[in-house]
Ligand binder design. Sequence first.
Ligand code: KG4
Ligand code: ZN
Length: 365
Amino acid sequence: MTDSVTILGLESSCDDTGAAVVRHVVGEAPELLSNVVAGQTELHEAFGGVVPEIAARAHTEKLDLCVEQALAEAGLGLGDLDAIAVTAGPGLIGGVLAGVMCAKGLAAGTGLPLVGVNHLAGHALTPRLTDQAEFPYLMLLVSGGHCQFLIAKGPDEFTRLGGTIDDAPGEAFDKTAKLLGLPQPGGPSVEREAREGNPKRFKFPRPLLDRPGCDMSFSGLKTALLRERDRLVAEHGGLRVVDRADLCAGFQAAVTDVLAEKSRRALREYMGLAPSEPVLAVAGGVAANQAIRAALETVCAEFDTRFLAPPLALCTDNAAMIAWAGIERFRTGHRDGFDLAARPRWPLDRSAPAMLGSGKKGAKA
Ligand code: KG4
Ligand code: ZN
């Protein structure tokens, strides 16, 4: 095995174009040499969501610039790399294709090996990039398009314990913000309002807590909130500041309770593997929520488990996680040919049944 591996990673599965260089020397902590992300928020703003065609075109325009910048910041040339890693799915197919074609071009031009990476594996392996977490660890992926509990057992070995059967929590935060006239992305705006609100005034449902297992559901919560909003508007002729804050606080408390209780169940199952250093790690934009973080920390303390929350820039979509997952795959001997396909769907746990609604409404993973 090569002692030192340096990989350029590319990410373009949704609305962030990323290029990053990561170096790993066996026995040492991985080194993040650069991590460039070019967002597209302003391109999609007027449409109320990510427009796949606009995203794909922007990735095509930005990818080579991001690669140039990532190499410059790392102080390296293409000749200093050992391989090119790229998100080959799941995601918006046009964007994934743009990244895969760029990576193939670079691999063809330099003769470097090509390594296709699962975007979700990128998120799921991040605790090893940031904190050298040892397998097996428990992972909660909680973003705008995904919500699932995974046990990471190896670079390409994940067991899904459960996930959302409809909306992802980030999606529910975004819809809540929309219903209450708050700015997007909804998570931070709802969290801000919730700080001033009373979480107990409205009794929002805690879906699926009455059922065993780790599956979750968040779409009913949004409907309950809509009903309360309409009742308040009919009663007062509009939403008062206090109503909005209380609605946000009640909604956030319900999401937090569900994530905390399902984390307990996932931890119970994970503890059955008798991990020597138990870890629960989170990834995804929703992990930025302070109330949710605090609740998960409390749950971890109950189980004497370490709680890992990577820095936000490595929790949300980025190419450093792709470069790192590329290094892990590369070290297992994995190489892809020029027939590497862009895959819109690519479940991490191939043995688990397909999730009913996951990813249906939010393509972002
Ligand atoms: O991981 P991410 O950047 O993109 C993907 O969905 O992959 O996550 C974005 C999601 C959005 O839905 C956003 O509203 C949510 O994460 N989010 C939050 C917070 N910050 C971002 N949700 C709750 N509280 C937050 N502070
Ligand atoms: Zn993602």
